[in-house]
Design a protein around this ligand. Structure first.
Ligand SMILES: C[S@@+](CC[C@H](N)C(=O)[O-])C[C@H]1O[C@@H](n2cnc3c(N)ncnc32)[C@H](O)[C@@H]1O
Length: 292
């Protein structure tokens, strides 16, 4: 095993590992993130070694990093961060639209965002579906215990509501980048209760990032993971600071086993496609289910 403690663990070393492990373009997000990251790795050199060697979890490292950024009081533009993420978002949107490409049977379509935050994407997709005349009306439902908006286009629901109220069956469910932020002990029940409440011919998208390749515990994989987990924390700190700085922030990536676990509890027949997000094969996957 490569001994990281004997390496001069400086910025150049990190940059070298970064360029080997990542194919991100040079851009605003990367520039802002790397400058904070390099200083962090100097201050917390020992903790970073521990993470790479597998002695520290993603959550422990994230907490340290978030507290570190909060103390720096940095000024990073959330709009520019969103611009940096746009290319990936467009690729994802294209894949989602390619599946929702014909009219629905019902006049009203019920769309649920799981962990949707302010639901910007859900609203955008709903507008697109209406513009294509795939249905007459869309109701957007949202399930997110920690980030919400007062936008009246979204009906936020809780699980208690869900059990009490007559919530119509869903035709589209989107869970984008949220499951790896749900604590392991409550990762399955809420999602499955909602996902199992669907109409025939519904479209379900579980968009996730993860190590997925469970057996690959090599050092290179841990370094990639270091960047992935800290970039995740950095982006969430900029876009959702209240949630990110609270005790509710959680992160642990999904494995293949987790996806199998979801599937073994689905109460309907389905056709499935797993689609890798171009440019991020192996770490970013869209699991698409069409109910039968
Ligand atoms: C990275 S953000 C993704 C937001 C949005 N889906 C998007 O694509 O922009 C992760 C979201 O997961 C939500 N989340 C955290 N814990 C959750 C839980 N237990 N159940 C559902 N959502 C949760 C957070 O509040 C946050 O809005």
């Amino acid at each position: 095993m490569f001994d990281y403690c004997s390496q001069e663990f400086d910025n150049n070393f990190l940059l070298h590992c970064f360029s080997e492990c990542n194919n991100m373009q040079n851009d605003y997000l990367l520039d802002e993130f790397s400058s904070v990251l390099f200083d962090f790795t100097k201050v917390y050199k020992k903790r970073v070694y521990e993470f790479i060697s597998g002695y520290l979890t993603c959550m422990q490292l994230s907490r340290l990093f978030i507290d570190y950024i909060a103390d720096l009081d940095i000024e990073v533009s959330s709009n520019k961060v969103l611009d940096s993420l746009e290319e990936g978002e467009l690729k994802l949107d294209k894949i989602i639209r390619s599946r929702i490409c014909k009219p629905f049977k019902n006049e009203t379509v019920n769309l649920l965002g799981f962990g949707l935050a302010s639901g910007e994407y859900e609203i955008k997709l709903a507008n697109y579906i209406l513009s294509q005349q795939y249905c007459k009306h869309i109701k957007i439902f949202g399930y997110d215990p920690f980030v919400q908006t007062d936008n009246n286009q979204i009906n936020y629901i809780t699980l208690a509501d869900f059990n009490k109220k007559q919530i119509p069956k869903f035709d589209i469910i989107l869970s984008r980048w949220s499951l790896h932020h749900v604590q392991a002990c409550e990762r399955w029940m809420p999602l499955l209760s909602l996902v199992n409440h669907v109409n025939l011919n519904a479209h379900i998208f579980i968009v996730e990032e993860g190590p997925f390749l469970l057996n690959d515990i090599s050092n290179n994989r841990r370094i990639t993971l270091l960047f992935q987990v800290l970039e995740d924390a950095f982006v969430n700190y900029i876009l959702f600071p209240r949630w990110c700085c609270s005790n509710n922030y959680y992160i642990e990536y999904l494995s293949e086993n987790d996806i199998e676990r979801i599937e073994s509890n689905l109460s309907f027949e389905y056709a499935k496609n797993s689609i890798s997000l171009p440019g991020n094969e192996g770490t970013q996957i869209i699991n698409y289910y069409n109910t039968r």
